[in-house]
Design a protein around this ligand. Structure first.
Ligand code: SF4
Length: 358
């Protein structure tokens, strides 16, 4: 049966039947596919996620094929989506499903929640949509709809706020159709009750919406703190020797963990020409045959960081060695997972030609 406010659930479900998006992961009760779609869609626009989902499922159609794949192949399939820890966590979770559960996706909420990279939200989405279990999802869309409709002022990024919204979401859940209800409220937040200028004049919940009647819609949901964004200044040196380029694999304690990149120096502020030339002299020394600016001031946004990237091509002679780096043939670099800005820079180096895919 519907939860404490049955009309709320029924209105959302009716709205959903008319407006739901036709997405490739809809209409399935396959937990693996629901899981993949939810992870891809976390902080990815649906339009972009659509193609990635199709390609990912084509390459890894089930949990066993994902578990069996080498990590580099998984990261390569993920390339461009960002948040690479999500791909690595999925890969580790798939291996656990194979090792511990014999390749069958677990059905118990606590088991699902214990898999790497699966938090409350994803576990609730999988268990409700795949198995019809009564777990309410709580993501940015749901916070927004609930805070506006019930005029909840509590900040959503505090312990008290989270607890309150969690219990409100649980009360509202349609326990007879938890998967349908969860998808309905998520789509409602994504399409109707959007962050800026929601379509209140055309909203089936408008009559009971306290945020609307009190004129508070635009200021909800509230947050206690806005996350500070820090600037980082990176300079990449694409060291080229003949038809090869020097790359290494990043460690796991920073952004872009496990991806390949050229030689990098990070600075506290935007470096001047003198500092760049000093690096060129110190690192590449007498082996340098040419230095060329590839791109200046390339901006790349991550969740809490703004990256400013300058990049140079350094041609070196045949005696040059760079410890810890592999020399890779440029025509074969398409099979190495790399951060998006690096892919763009390689494309620029190749005169706009796409790097050949494996
Ligand atoms: S009336 Fe406006 S604020 Fe209220 S639920 Fe509908 S779209 Fe959201």
């Amino acid at each position: 049966m519907a939860g404490k406010y049955p009309l709320f659930a029924v209105t959302l479900e009716r709205w959903y039947e008319r407006h739901k998006r036709d997405l490739p992961w809809r209409g399935t009760d396959n937990p693996y596919r629901i899981w993949v779609s939810e992870i891809i869609l976390q902080q990815t626009r649906v339009a972009q996620g659509y193609d990635y989902y199709r390609r990912f499922i084509e390459e890894f159609p089930d949990v066993a094929s994902l578990a069996a794949a080498p990590e580099e192949r998984v990261l390569r399939a993920w390339q461009g989506l960002g948040y690479y820890s999500r791909a690595r966590n999925m890969h580790a979770a798939a291996r656990r499903v194979v090792d511990v559960y014999g390749g069958t996706f677990p059905t118990d909420y606590a088991d699902v929640r214990s898999l790497k990279g699966i938090g409350d939200y994803t576990a609730a989405a999988i268990c409700s949509i795949a198995y019809g279990q009564p777990f309410a999802v709580l993501d940015g869309n749901v916070f927004r709809v609930l805070s506006r409709y019930f005029l909840v002022d509590l900040p959503i990024d505090t312990g008290a706020g989270k607890k309150y919204f969690k219990s409100l979401a649980d009360e509202l859940l349609d326990r007879a159709r938890p998967g349908l209800y969860n998808q309905a409220i998520m789509d409602f937040g994504a399409l109707q009750c959007v962050p800026k200028s929601p379509a209140c004049e055309d909203c089936p919940l408008a009559d009971g919406c306290l945020g609307l009647s009190r004129g508070r819609v635009e200021e909800l949901p509230r947050k206690a703190r806005s996350l500070a964004v820090t600037d980082r200044y990176l300079v990449y040196f694409f060291v080229v020797r003949g038809s090869g380029v020097f790359l290494h694999r990043r460690g796991t304690d920073d952004i872009w963990a496990g991806l390949y990149e050229p030689y990098l120096q990070e600075f506290a502020s935007r470096p001047g020409t003198d500092e760049i030339l000093q690096v060129v002299r110190n690192v590449f020394g007498p082996h340098v045959q040419g230095v060329r600016l590839l791109r200046e001031g390339q901006k790349h946004l991550l969740t809490h960081r703004r990256l400013w990237i300058d990049s140079y091509r350094i041609d070196v002679d045949s005696d040059f060695r760079l410890p810890g780096f592999e020399e890779i043939q440029i025509k074969g670099i398409g099979k190495y997972p790399m951060p998006k800005p690096i892919v763009e820079l390689f494309q620029r180096m190749a005169g706009g030609e796409l790097i050949p895919r494996p």
